[in-house]
Write a protein that binds this ligand. Structure first.
Ligand SMILES: O=C(O)[C@H](CS(=O)(=O)O)OP(=O)(O)O
Ligand SMILES: [Mg+2]
Length: 252
Protein backbone atom coordinates (compact mmCIF):
# COMPACT_ATOMS: atom_id res chain seq x y z
CA UNK A 1 0.00 0.00 0.00
CA UNK A 2 1.44 3.41 -1.03
CA UNK A 3 2.02 5.97 1.71
CA UNK A 4 -0.64 8.64 1.81
CA UNK A 5 -0.05 12.07 3.32
CA UNK A 6 -2.76 14.39 4.62
CA UNK A 7 -1.99 17.91 5.78
CA UNK A 8 -4.77 19.86 7.48
CA UNK A 9 -4.60 23.61 7.96
CA UNK A 10 -7.08 24.82 10.56
CA UNK A 11 -6.94 28.27 8.94
CA UNK A 12 -5.50 29.55 5.64
CA UNK A 13 -3.03 31.54 7.79
CA UNK A 14 -1.71 28.23 9.19
CA UNK A 15 -0.60 26.94 5.78
CA UNK A 16 2.90 28.38 6.28
CA UNK A 17 5.08 27.64 3.25
CA UNK A 18 3.04 24.59 2.21
CA UNK A 19 3.64 23.62 -1.42
CA UNK A 20 0.27 22.56 -2.83
CA UNK A 21 1.51 22.16 -6.40
CA UNK A 22 2.09 18.39 -6.15
CA UNK A 23 -1.13 17.60 -4.34
CA UNK A 24 -4.84 18.17 -4.30
CA UNK A 25 -6.60 20.66 -2.07
CA UNK A 26 -9.90 20.39 -0.24
CA UNK A 27 -11.67 23.55 0.90
CA UNK A 28 -13.97 23.46 3.93
CA UNK A 29 -16.36 26.18 5.03
CA UNK A 30 -19.24 24.19 6.51
CA UNK A 31 -21.09 27.36 7.65
CA UNK A 32 -21.92 28.14 5.05
CA UNK A 33 -20.05 28.70 1.79
CA UNK A 34 -19.00 25.16 0.88
CA UNK A 35 -22.33 23.65 2.01
CA UNK A 36 -24.10 26.18 -0.21
CA UNK A 37 -21.82 25.53 -3.19
CA UNK A 38 -22.45 21.77 -2.96
CA UNK A 39 -26.21 22.49 -3.01
CA UNK A 40 -25.87 24.82 -6.01
CA UNK A 41 -23.79 22.37 -8.04
CA UNK A 42 -25.87 19.33 -7.03
CA UNK A 43 -29.00 21.23 -8.04
CA UNK A 44 -27.68 21.80 -11.54
CA UNK A 45 -26.00 25.22 -11.53
CA UNK A 46 -23.84 25.48 -14.65
CA UNK A 47 -20.92 26.56 -12.45
CA UNK A 48 -20.07 28.66 -9.41
CA UNK A 49 -17.37 31.29 -9.85
CA UNK A 50 -15.91 32.41 -6.51
CA UNK A 51 -14.82 36.03 -6.22
CA UNK A 52 -12.94 37.69 -3.37
CA UNK A 53 -14.74 41.02 -3.36
CA UNK A 54 -18.21 42.42 -4.01
CA UNK A 55 -16.72 44.74 -6.63
CA UNK A 56 -15.09 41.84 -8.51
CA UNK A 57 -18.38 39.91 -8.39
CA UNK A 58 -20.30 42.87 -9.83
CA UNK A 59 -17.64 43.34 -12.52
CA UNK A 60 -17.92 39.64 -13.52
CA UNK A 61 -21.69 40.04 -13.76
CA UNK A 62 -21.25 42.74 -16.43
CA UNK A 63 -19.41 40.11 -18.56
CA UNK A 64 -21.96 37.38 -17.75
CA UNK A 65 -25.46 38.86 -17.82
CA UNK A 66 -27.16 35.44 -17.41
CA UNK A 67 -25.36 34.76 -14.12
CA UNK A 68 -26.93 34.97 -10.68
CA UNK A 69 -25.03 36.93 -8.03
CA UNK A 70 -24.81 35.11 -4.70
CA UNK A 71 -23.12 35.52 -1.34
CA UNK A 72 -23.04 37.52 1.85
CA UNK A 73 -21.37 40.07 4.04
CA UNK A 74 -22.05 39.95 7.76
CA UNK A 75 -24.09 36.83 6.96
CA UNK A 76 -26.67 38.87 5.01
CA UNK A 77 -27.44 38.94 1.31
CA UNK A 78 -25.49 41.71 -0.42
CA UNK A 79 -27.42 44.68 -1.80
CA UNK A 80 -28.42 44.09 -5.40
CA UNK A 81 -27.50 40.37 -5.29
CA UNK A 82 -29.99 37.66 -6.30
CA UNK A 83 -29.13 35.15 -3.59
CA UNK A 84 -27.59 35.07 -0.13
CA UNK A 85 -25.43 32.35 1.45
CA UNK A 86 -28.19 29.95 2.58
CA UNK A 87 -28.12 26.51 0.95
CA UNK A 88 -31.93 26.57 0.72
CA UNK A 89 -31.74 29.59 -1.61
CA UNK A 90 -30.12 27.40 -4.29
CA UNK A 91 -32.84 24.88 -5.33
CA UNK A 92 -32.93 23.45 -8.87
CA UNK A 93 -35.83 25.74 -9.84
CA UNK A 94 -33.59 28.74 -9.16
CA UNK A 95 -30.14 27.62 -10.24
CA UNK A 96 -30.44 24.88 -12.88
CA UNK A 97 -28.34 25.80 -15.91
CA UNK A 98 -27.28 29.16 -14.46
CA UNK A 99 -23.76 30.40 -13.74
CA UNK A 100 -23.43 31.78 -10.20
CA UNK A 101 -20.93 34.46 -9.25
CA UNK A 102 -20.33 34.00 -5.53
CA UNK A 103 -18.53 35.94 -2.79
CA UNK A 104 -18.52 35.29 0.96
CA UNK A 105 -16.54 36.49 3.96
CA UNK A 106 -14.41 33.42 4.64
CA UNK A 107 -15.00 30.64 2.11
CA UNK A 108 -13.97 32.37 -1.08
CA UNK A 109 -10.70 33.51 0.58
CA UNK A 110 -9.89 29.90 1.50
CA UNK A 111 -10.39 28.89 -2.14
CA UNK A 112 -7.97 31.59 -3.25
CA UNK A 113 -5.38 30.25 -0.76
CA UNK A 114 -5.47 26.88 -2.60
CA UNK A 115 -4.97 28.19 -6.12
CA UNK A 116 -1.57 26.53 -6.64
CA UNK A 117 -2.97 23.00 -6.08
CA UNK A 118 -3.38 20.57 -9.01
CA UNK A 119 -7.05 20.10 -8.22
CA UNK A 120 -9.36 21.75 -5.71
CA UNK A 121 -12.41 19.98 -4.29
CA UNK A 122 -15.27 21.49 -2.30
CA UNK A 123 -16.17 19.72 0.96
CA UNK A 124 -19.14 19.75 3.29
CA UNK A 125 -20.88 17.22 5.53
CA UNK A 126 -23.54 16.99 2.82
CA UNK A 127 -21.04 15.34 0.43
CA UNK A 128 -18.65 13.68 2.91
CA UNK A 129 -18.68 10.09 1.61
CA UNK A 130 -18.54 11.07 -2.07
CA UNK A 131 -15.60 13.36 -1.32
CA UNK A 132 -13.73 10.66 0.60
CA UNK A 133 -14.28 8.21 -2.27
CA UNK A 134 -12.77 10.78 -4.65
CA UNK A 135 -9.80 11.39 -2.34
CA UNK A 136 -9.06 7.69 -1.82
CA UNK A 137 -6.80 7.59 -4.88
CA UNK A 138 -4.85 10.77 -4.16
CA UNK A 139 -1.48 10.50 -2.43
CA UNK A 140 -1.02 14.01 -1.02
CA UNK A 141 -4.08 15.87 0.21
CA UNK A 142 -4.13 19.38 1.67
CA UNK A 143 -7.29 20.20 3.61
CA UNK A 144 -7.84 23.92 4.20
CA UNK A 145 -10.38 25.13 6.75
CA UNK A 146 -11.76 28.60 6.10
CA UNK A 147 -12.30 29.51 9.76
CA UNK A 148 -14.33 32.55 10.67
CA UNK A 149 -12.77 35.97 10.24
CA UNK A 150 -9.28 34.75 11.02
CA UNK A 151 -10.24 32.45 13.91
CA UNK A 152 -10.38 28.66 13.96
CA UNK A 153 -13.97 27.44 14.01
CA UNK A 154 -15.15 24.07 15.28
CA UNK A 155 -17.47 23.10 12.43
CA UNK A 156 -14.62 23.21 9.92
CA UNK A 157 -12.27 21.33 12.26
CA UNK A 158 -14.87 18.57 12.77
CA UNK A 159 -15.32 18.05 9.04
CA UNK A 160 -11.54 18.04 8.46
CA UNK A 161 -11.30 15.40 11.19
CA UNK A 162 -14.12 13.35 9.67
CA UNK A 163 -12.29 13.28 6.32
CA UNK A 164 -8.99 12.28 7.96
CA UNK A 165 -10.76 9.60 10.01
CA UNK A 166 -12.53 8.18 6.97
CA UNK A 167 -9.36 8.11 4.84
CA UNK A 168 -7.28 6.59 7.66
CA UNK A 169 -9.52 3.55 8.18
CA UNK A 170 -7.46 0.43 7.63
CA UNK A 171 -4.31 2.42 6.74
CA UNK A 172 -2.76 3.05 10.16
CA UNK A 173 0.77 2.17 9.05
CA UNK A 174 0.75 3.89 5.68
CA UNK A 175 -0.64 7.33 6.38
CA UNK A 176 1.25 10.45 7.41
CA UNK A 177 -0.59 13.28 9.13
CA UNK A 178 0.61 16.69 10.21
CA UNK A 179 -0.23 17.75 13.77
CA UNK A 180 -3.22 19.84 12.63
CA UNK A 181 -4.64 16.72 10.94
CA UNK A 182 -4.19 14.74 14.15
CA UNK A 183 -5.87 17.48 16.20
CA UNK A 184 -8.84 17.52 13.80
CA UNK A 185 -9.10 13.71 13.78
CA UNK A 186 -9.01 13.62 17.60
CA UNK A 187 -11.81 16.22 17.74
CA UNK A 188 -13.95 14.22 15.30
CA UNK A 189 -13.31 10.85 16.99
CA UNK A 190 -14.30 12.32 20.35
CA UNK A 191 -17.45 13.80 18.78
CA UNK A 192 -18.54 10.85 16.68
CA UNK A 193 -19.20 8.49 19.59
CA UNK A 194 -22.98 8.24 19.64
CA UNK A 195 -23.25 11.02 17.06
CA UNK A 196 -26.58 11.46 15.33
CA UNK A 197 -27.58 14.15 12.85
CA UNK A 198 -29.31 16.12 15.60
CA UNK A 199 -26.27 16.03 17.88
CA UNK A 200 -23.99 17.09 15.02
CA UNK A 201 -26.28 20.05 14.40
CA UNK A 202 -26.18 20.89 18.13
CA UNK A 203 -22.38 20.85 18.06
CA UNK A 204 -22.34 23.08 15.00
CA UNK A 205 -24.67 25.52 16.76
CA UNK A 206 -22.12 25.82 19.57
CA UNK A 207 -19.25 26.58 17.18
CA UNK A 208 -17.97 30.05 16.40
CA UNK A 209 -19.50 30.00 12.92
CA UNK A 210 -22.69 28.45 14.32
CA UNK A 211 -23.17 31.23 16.82
CA UNK A 212 -22.82 33.78 14.00
CA UNK A 213 -25.46 32.00 11.92
CA UNK A 214 -27.82 31.72 14.93
CA UNK A 215 -27.36 35.43 15.63
CA UNK A 216 -28.78 36.27 12.20
CA UNK A 217 -31.74 33.92 12.72
CA UNK A 218 -30.73 31.21 10.22
CA UNK A 219 -30.77 28.12 12.45
CA UNK A 220 -32.28 26.04 9.63
CA UNK A 221 -29.06 26.50 7.64
CA UNK A 222 -27.15 24.72 10.41
CA UNK A 223 -29.56 21.77 10.33
CA UNK A 224 -29.01 21.53 6.57
CA UNK A 225 -25.22 21.78 6.97
CA UNK A 226 -25.27 18.91 9.49
CA UNK A 227 -27.00 16.52 7.07
CA UNK A 228 -24.54 13.76 6.19
CA UNK A 229 -24.31 12.58 2.57
CA UNK A 230 -27.31 14.38 1.16
CA UNK A 231 -25.52 14.51 -2.21
CA UNK A 232 -22.98 12.37 -4.04
CA UNK A 233 -21.45 15.25 -5.98
CA UNK A 234 -17.87 16.45 -5.46
CA UNK A 235 -17.63 19.98 -6.89
CA UNK A 236 -14.29 20.66 -8.54
CA UNK A 237 -12.74 24.12 -8.83
CA UNK A 238 -10.83 24.42 -12.09
CA UNK A 239 -7.78 26.54 -11.36
CA UNK A 240 -7.57 27.89 -14.93
CA UNK A 241 -11.18 28.98 -15.51
CA UNK A 242 -11.83 29.50 -11.76
CA UNK A 243 -15.18 27.77 -12.14
CA UNK A 244 -16.60 25.20 -9.73
CA UNK A 245 -18.49 22.41 -11.50
CA UNK A 246 -19.78 18.91 -11.10
CA UNK A 247 -16.97 17.08 -12.94
CA UNK A 248 -19.51 14.51 -14.19
CA UNK A 249 -21.08 17.25 -16.34
CA UNK A 250 -17.97 18.56 -18.04
CA UNK A 251 -18.80 20.87 -20.92
CA UNK A 252 -16.21 22.44 -23.23
O1 LIG B 1 -22.52 33.57 5.77
C1 LIG B 1 -21.73 32.86 6.42
O2 LIG B 1 -22.04 31.76 6.82
C2 LIG B 1 -20.33 33.36 6.71
C3 LIG B 1 -20.36 34.76 7.22
S1 LIG B 1 -20.97 34.91 8.82
O3 LIG B 1 -19.98 34.26 9.70
O4 LIG B 1 -22.29 34.25 8.91
O5 LIG B 1 -21.07 36.35 9.05
O6 LIG B 1 -19.57 33.38 5.53
P1 LIG B 1 -18.72 32.13 5.05
O7 LIG B 1 -17.74 32.66 4.03
O8 LIG B 1 -19.68 31.16 4.41
O9 LIG B 1 -18.06 31.58 6.27
MG1 LIG C 1 -17.84 29.89 7.55
Amino acid sequence: MKTKRIDVYLLPALMGEADLSQGVAVVIDVLRATTTIVHAVANGADYVMPQLTIEEAREQKTQLPTALLGGERGGQKIEGFDLGNSPAEYPAQRVKGRPIIFTTTNGTKAMQACKSARDIFIAAFVNLTALCNELAEHEHIHIVCAGTEGEITREDVLLAGAIVDHLSLGRLESIELNDQAQIAADAWREAKTGLTMSTLAERLKRSRGGRNVLRIGLEADIEIAATLDKFDVVPHLDTTSWKIRDPRNRTP
